[in-house]
Design a protein around this ligand. Structure first.
Ligand SMILES: Nc1ncnc2c1ncn2[C@@H]1O[C@H](COP(=O)(O)OP(=O)(O)OP(=O)(O)O)[C@@H](O)[C@H]1O
Ligand SMILES: [Mg+2]
Length: 317
């Protein structure tokens, strides 16, 4: 896959303070890339450099092949940026707000009306077209802000914490909207410090802490590399003790635990093999007379993975 964002040894100081430390980042075209890190990690700094609002102190970054230091106007044409705060706009309706940005991007006024209608439909704000922007709810402001980043039809959207402060329903709506944008061919980079907020919607993730990229890649690979074994839950309707014995004897099995609580009788099995080993485990259990009604991988908790990675970075520092 071609990279739409690439950084090489990207570095940024604020005075003496090293905010970005030789960042090597690669975001494939078409990805929804979750950029995750705690407060002060360097997420906003990276995003501001990629949108040419801030200059790097060292290294280089390219967006759609254009250098953020030498081809700033080209970069601005291909990227839309949603900052982490909405800002203040006095006496402006939602439509006027979008017109303001259409003008800033030098879109011919003859196209504004149609464009703004389409964008308001996309973010489901047509009914607020003539409302004062400062009267909109937080979630509506976020959506309007997203519409504004789309005004010049950029290939890449860079969204700085778009989900912060949204209620669960608004978050689901945002997720749907991002998926829709991806279907429209956009690449999306989105930051958050809450992993679970991004877990389901991202195809790739990067974890950054104190200016250093700790991990970056597609979600599955990252999870695999962070967790050497996988855990499966098996619901059993035959004898549980016998199932434990059978499971323990299977290849690649690291640990087996029987659970008998108010839930269904089940085994929790840790296994260190690939998909073939998992399939062989299931066949082995069936062959040994274990009656299985449910067999599923426990989805690893991204939040735990995150704490694990950032902790090991802390202890090695
Ligand atoms: N304008 C500035 N002047 C001085 N230091 C800054 C400035 N902007 C950011 N920093 C410092 O750079 C580091 C990275 O900040 P940045 O805003 O990029 O982090 P972040 O990951 O976006 O954090 P948050 O989750 O809180 O938004 C922090 O230590 C911050 O204090
Ligand atoms: Mg930030």
């Amino acid at each position: 896959m071609t990279a739409i964002v690439e950084t090489k040894q990207l570095t940024r100081y604020y005075g003496e303070m090293l905010a970005l430390n030789h960042l090597n980042l690669r975001i494939p075209a078409g990805a929804i890339y979750g950029f995750i890190g705690p407060n002060g990690a360097g997420k906003t700094t990276t995003m501001r450099i990629l949108t040419t609002l801030l200059k790097p102190s060292g290294g280089e970054a390219w967006v759609a092949g254009f250098s953020v230091t030498h081809q700033r106007s080209e970069v601005r044409r291909v990227v839309g940026f949603m900052p982490d705060s909405f800002g203040f706009y006095n006496n402006m309706t939602a439509a006027e707000y979008l017109e303001f940005f259409a003008a800033a991007y030098q879109i011919p006024p003859s196209r504004w009306s149609r464009l703004i209608d389409d964008l308001l439909v996309l973010v489901d704000l047509s009914h607020k077209r003539d409302s004062d922007v400062m009267s909109l709810s937080r979630g509506m402001k976020q959506r309007l802000s997203l519409a504004r980043t789309l005004i010049h039809d950029p290939q890449l959207l860079i969204l700085d914490e778009p989900a912060s402060g949204l209620d669960p329903r608004a978050r689901v709506e945002l997720r749907e909207l991002l998926r829709e944008l991806r279907r429209m061919g956009k690449t999306i980079m989105i930051s958050s410090h809450i992993l679970t907020e991004l877990a389901e919607m991202c195809t790739h993730i990067g974890i950054i802490e104190r200016g250093t990229l700790l991990a970056s890649g597609d979600v599955t690979t990252i999870m695999r590399s962070l967790q050497p074994h996988r855990t499966f839950e098996v619901h059993v309707i035959s004898d549980l003790e016998q199932a434990v014995t059978a499971a323990t004897a299977a290849n690649h099995v690291l640990a087996v635990r029987a659970v008998q609580d108010e839930g269904p009788p089940r085994l929790i099995i840790d296994i260190d093999g690939d998909d073939h080993a998992v399939s062989a485990l299931l066949a082995h259990l069936v062959r040994h007379g274990v009656e299985i009604i449910h067999f599923t991988a426990q989805t690893s908790n991204l939040e735990e993975v995150f704490l694990q990675v950032t902790q090991s970075a802390n202890t090695s520092a």
